[in-house]
Design a protein around this ligand. Structure first.
Ligand SMILES: Cc1ncc(COP(=O)(O)O)c(C=O)c1O
Length: 365
């Protein structure tokens, strides 16, 4: 049983909007005229019609399925996940916020890596939690999440949640599944692991058995990265029934719109879509890493769709960022002082143009 926010324990608060799909499944009725949803069924939506066509307008007029049942089935089929182990929300970010809402109350302690993906700390502070940070483990040219350090702080502080991005942003590093399993098993029963796997699909080492819920853990996935749907806002939690039921108590039922659900299903039902993105990303990531190494940068190993450059100092990273900006190129330099000497570059074809690589080269000369 997950340790949950005190006020949710035993709360009887059935969601008022299970939705028409769930209703049809439960009762066996097939609804032809949906007249109970107070949608504007005859809205002409002329401009949208001209721009996007009738199918878009049909979906735009209607509330989406709050249970996202067809999409959960497709995700389950593609990723080898039991659909009952999936809870959809509008992006991995929203899933992080949802988990904090379900697990924490103000004053709770949570643990993460200093300089990791900042949304976790941002939401945790906004939820009134105290965020305890642990330094990255730095060895030679690599930067990785320090698992013993995280565990030590969880035990020392009695933290309710520990956050781990695997692969990590911004370091790009990852731990193998057996190491994550071991870390998960070593946590106290009353601490939940939020395992952010937004980039998992890009990392060949992490594919095996990735649809399995881990005890005491909520795995978080995104369709923004390896499915190329960042603008549609889709992400999901993968966890055992007890966690999914808990998230169901506090989730925003219409957070994922019908258009986004429909588009995601099309993409998932096309076996080539995801495959193509992953293959292309692998090739471009290797080329980009190689070319930046050739011109003199320290490029961190990456299991993601970005490469991170480790600069000798914050000043050097600032210089590179400003130099590129003068040529209208925006790269990311994390704000956290633990990693503000990193420059993160998104993998894409454009960055491999000779002209752009030359700009990187000039900044280091
Ligand atoms: C580690 C990590 N988690 C989550 C997200 C956000 O994903 P989404 O677009 O699904 O909210 C990102 C985006 O960069 C990320 O790097």
């Amino acid at each position: 049983m997950p340790r949950i926010a005190e006020h949710l324990r035993g709360l009887e608060n059935p969601n008022p909007f299970p939705g028409l799909v769930a209703f049809q499944k439960r009762t066996g009725y097939q609804v032809q005229y949906r007249l109970g949803g107070n949608e504007c069924l005859d809205a002409p939506l002329t401009v949208l019609q001209e721009h996007y066509g009738e199918e878009f307008c049909r979906l735009a007029r209607l509330y989406g399925d709050p249970g996202a049942s067809a999409l959960r089935e497709s995700l389950g089929r593609v990723h080898g996940i039991d659909p009952e182990h999936i809870c959809l929300d509008s992006g991995a970010d929203a899933v992080i916020a949802l988990c904090l809402r379900a697990l924490c109350v103000p004053g709770d302690k949570v643990v993460c890596t200093a300089g990791t993906y900042p949304t976790f700390g941002y939401f945790a502070r906004a939820a009134g939690c105290e965020v305890i940070e642990v330094d990255y483990q730095r060895t030679g040219h690599s930067l990785s999440v320090h698992l013993p350090g995280l565990l030590q702080e969880v035990v020392r502080t009695g933290a309710r949640v520990v956050y781990l991005a695997n692969p990590d942003n911004p370091s790009g590093s990852w731990w193998l599944p057996e190491v994550i399993d071991e870390f998960c098993r070593s946590l106290p029963d009353d601490c939940t692991l939020l395992l952010d796997e937004a980039y998992l699909d890009f990392c060949a080492d992490l594919q095996a058995d990735s649809g399995r819920p881990l005890p005491g853990c909520i795995r978080i996935r995104s369709l923004s990265k390896a499915y190329g749907l960042a603008g549609l806002r889709l992400g999901f939690a993968l966890a055992d029934e007890a966690f999914i039921e808990l998230l169901g108590k506090v989730r925003i039922h219409y957070a994922v719109g019908g258009l986004a659900q429909h588009a995601a299903q099309l993409v998932l039902d096309d076996p080539q879509h995801g495959e193509l993105i992953r293959t292309l990303n692998g090739l471009l990531r290797n080329s980009l890493g190689e070319r930046l190494r050739e011109v003199g940068y320290r490029v961190l190993p990456s299991g993601t769709n970005f490469v991170s450059l480790l600069l000798p100092s914050t000043r050097a990273a600032q210089h590179l960022q400003e130099h590129l900006l003068e040529h209208h190129i925006a790269v990311h330099r994390p704000a956290h002082p633990a990693v503000d000497n990193l420059i993160r570059v998104t993998v894409c074809e454009a960055v491999l143009e000779d002209e752009l690589i030359a700009l990187f080269e000039r900044a280091i000369a």
